[in-house]
Design a protein around this ligand. Sequence first.
Ligand code: NAP
Length: 509
Amino acid sequence: MITLESYLGGTWQKGSGEPAILVNATTEEAMAGCNADGLDMAAAHAYALEVGGPALRELGFAGRGALLKALSKAIYEYREELIDLSIANAGCTRGDAKFDIDGATGTLAAYAYFAKELGDGNVLADGDGIQLGRTARFWGQHIRVPRRGVAVHINAFNFPAWGQMEKMACALLAGVPVIEKPGTPTALVAWRVAQITVESGILPAGAFQFVAGRTGNLLDLLGAQDALAFTGSSGTGAKLKAGSNLIERNVRVNIEADSLNSAVLAPDVDEASDTYDQFLANVVLDMTQKTGQKCTAVRRIFVPADRVEDVSAELVAQLGRIAVGDPSDKKHRMGPLASAAQLRDVRAGIGRLAQAADILCGGADAIAEKGFFVAPTLLLAKDSDADVFHADEVFGPVATVLPYDGSAAEATRLVNRGGGGLVASLYSNDGAWTEEVSLGIAPWHGRVWTANDRVASQTLPPGMVLPAMTHGGPGRAGGGEELGGMRGLEFYTQRTAMQGFQGSLQAML
Ligand code: NAP
C-alpha cells in the first residue's frame, strides 16, 4: 500500500496521524494511506511567500505561460498511467478518466496559449485609459498586478486532476504560488499528478506545494494578500468561508459548490428533430458520465406535462442500455461511485427523492456484492414544486423528471427554484421561448446553454467546463467564478486605479 506524502517546503513529508485508507472503488481493496497531521503549515505558507512568489514574478506572464505549456506536456507523458490509476482509485471508466486527465492538461495548455498576448511584464491594463484632467496629461488607468500572497486550493474528490490543474493554471499564470489539497477519496490520482509536477522540475521552488490530508491550521495563517479557492459541497464551503481569520483579514475566498442543474425541453421540440435527440443524449450522458459525480450534471429534467410519458420511456430505455460494472472492462459504460461514503450518501438521497417521486428505473438497492455500484436512477416527480427536488443534490447517477406546463414563465420559475446553479440547458427551436427563459434564468446561473436544430450537430455537451468560458454560479452554487480566459486571473491579481501623468502611466504598461 502506498503512503501518500505531502510536498511542503521543497520536501516530501509524511503526516504523523492515522492515515485515511483509499481503496479501489470496484474491488474495495486498500490502495493507499493519506494523512498530513502535524505537518508545519506555517513553514509551507512562508516558503510560498518568500521563495515561490518572487521566483514566479521574476518570470513575467510570458515566462509563466511557458511553464504551463511545459507542465501540460510533462503530465500528458503519463496519460496512460494516470488513466489506469483513475480507473482503479476513482471508479472511472476510461472515458471518464480521460475527461479528468485531458481536462487537466488541456486547461494548462489553454492558459499557456492565453499568456501569449500578455507580454513579459507583471502589469496588465484593465480596460482603456480615461482622461481625468483638463487635458489628457492627467490620466487614469486601471491596472492588474499579481498579489503578493499564496493561493490555497481545496478540491473536491470528483476531478482529482482537472480540479487541481484548472485552479493552478490561473494562479501560476497570475504569478501566485499554490498549495493544493485534493479530496481524500481520490487523492491517489492527485498525488501522482503532484509527483509528476515536482519530478518534472518545471516549476520554480516554492511555486507548488501539496497537502495529502487535512490542512491543519493553514487557513488560520492566511493574510490579506492570500486567497482560498474551494470546490466541494455547499456545507463545507459555508463552514470554511465563515472561518474568523478569513473574515477578519479579508482573505479572498472563491467557493464552487453544488448545483441542481436543469435540462428543459420546450413544447415545440418534436420527436423527429435533432434537438430532441440531443436532449435525450445529453441527459443520459450527464447522468452516467463519471457515475453522475459531476458538479455540472443534470439533476432536474423539465418536460412539458403532456410529453412526460414518452420522454420518460425513452430515457429509461437509453439508461437501460448503459452497461454498469468494472470500469477497467471496456464494455462497461458506467463504473462505481468513488467511495463507500458516496454510495451511502447516494442511496440515502434516492430514498429522500423517492418520498416525493416514483422511481422509473434504478433505485437504491445494491447491484453488486463488491464495489460502490448504484444503477442509473430516473425518478418522476409527483409534484414538481416539492422542495426536495430543488434543494437536495444527490451526487450520483440520479435525476428527476419534473412535469411543467410548457410555458416560458413556468420553466423560468421552476429552474430558478434551484437557488443558484452552475448550468442550465434549454432545448427549443422557438427563439422567443428560448430568449425569455434564458434571460429569466441568467441572474441565477453561471452558464446558460441552449440548443436548436441549427446548432445540434456542433454543440459541446452542457456538462463540459471550458477554459475560455467562466465556471461557477450564484447562491447555492457557491457564488464563485473560475476560468473564463483572462477573467480567471482576476481572483489572483489586484485591480488598482492608477492616476497621474499619462506618459508615466503608459510607460508602466
Ligand atoms: P466536500 O466533502 O465538501 O469536500 C471538499 C473538499 O473540502 C475536500 O478536499 C475535503 O477534504 C475538504 N474539507 C472538508 N472539510 C474541511 C476542513 N474542515 N478544512 C479543510 N478542508 C476541508 O465535497 P466532496 O465530497 O469532495 O465533493 C462533492 C461536492 O463537490 C458535490 O457537492 C459537488 O457538487 C461539489 N463540486 C462542485 C464543483 C464546482 O465547480 N462547483 C466541482 C466539483 C464538485 P477531505 O476529502 O479530506 O475531507
